[in-house]
Design a protein around this ligand. Structure first.
Ligand code: IMP
Length: 194
C-alpha cells in the first residue's frame, strides 16, 4: 500500500518533481488537497525555522504525516545573501529576473563567485515527531544569465564539476545532484527505514 504524505507546497511543478524523486510507494498530496488555500507564514530568519514553521502549520491542520521545504542561495562574497530571503531578494513581488539582476549588480567587479544552494526539509510524522534533512550543492555565480530551463536563480548558477548552468542542464541531471534532490533523498532513506 502507498504511504500518504502531505507536501506543503502549492507549486505543481515542485510537487511533480518531488513525487518523481520519492517514487511510486508514496502518494503525495499538496496544500489544496488538504483544504489549505491561504499562504502559510514564512517569517523566520533561518531555512530550518521556516521549513518547520510551514510543516507545523500543515500538521496542526491535518494531523497527518507531512513535510515542508525551504531553499536559499548562499553567496560567499555577499556574506551568505540572499539566503533565506532568496524568493524576495529584490522585493515582495518575488520576481526571479529582478532577483538575479540584483545579485549580478552586487557581484559586479567581484572575483570570488562561490555559492551554494541549500535546502532544508522539515518532516513531521503522524505522531507529531519532527525531523530535519538538509541537502546542498556547491557551485559558482556567472556574469550573465544563460539557459531557459528550471526556475529562480538557475540561469546564473553553475554547479561544481560542470560548465553549464542549472538552466542549461537537463532536468534529470539537475535533480540527481541538486540541493532539493539530495535533501529529498535523505528524507526517502529515513522514510523507508522507519
Ligand atoms: P523555496 O523555498 O523552494 O520556495 O525557494 C526559495 C527561492 O529560492 C525561490 O523563490 C527561488 O528563487 C530560489 N530557488 C529555490 N530552489 C531553486 C532552484 O532549484 N533553482 C534556482 N532557484 C531556486
Amino acid at each position: 500500500m502507498k504511504r500518504s504524505l502531505v507536501f506543503a507546497t502549492g507549486n505543481q511543478h515542485k510537487l511533480e518533481e518531488v513525487q518523481g524523486l520519492l517514487g511510486k510507494d508514496f502518494a503525495l498530496s499538496c496544500l489544496k488537497d488538504v483544504g489549505i488555500t491561504q499562504d502559510i507564514p514564512e517569517t523566520a530568519f533561518t531555512l530550518q525555522e521556516n521549513a518547520l514553521q510551514k510543516a507545523q502549520y500543515v500538521f496542526q491542520h491535518c494531523k497527518c504525516a507531512c513535510f515542508a521545504d525551504d531553499t536559499g542561495l548562499e553567496i560567499d562574497a555577499l556574506n551568505g545573501e540572499p539566503g533565506v530571503f532568496s524568493a524576495r531578494y529584490a522585493g515582495p513581488q518575488k520576481d526571479s529576473a529582478a532577483n538575479m539582476q540584483l545579485v549580478l549588480e552586487k557581484l559586479k567587479g567581484i572575483e570570488q563567485r562561490t555559492a551554494r544552494f541549500r535546502t532544508v526539509i522539515a518532516y513531521i510524522d503522524a505522531d507529531g515527531n519532527e525531523f530535519l534533512f538538509e541537502g546542498k550543492v556547491e557551485g559558482k555565480i556567472i556574469d550573465t544569465p544563460i539557459g531557459v530551463k528550471g526556475f529562480g536563480y538557475d540561469p546564473i548558477f553553475v554547479p561544481e564539476g560542470f560548465d553549464e548552468t542549472f538552466a542549461e542542464l537537463p532536468m534529470d541531471v539537475k535533480n540527481s545532484m541538486s540541493h532539493r534532490g539530495r535533501a529529498i533523498q535523505k528524507l526517502l532513506e529515513f522514510l523507508v527505514n522507519s
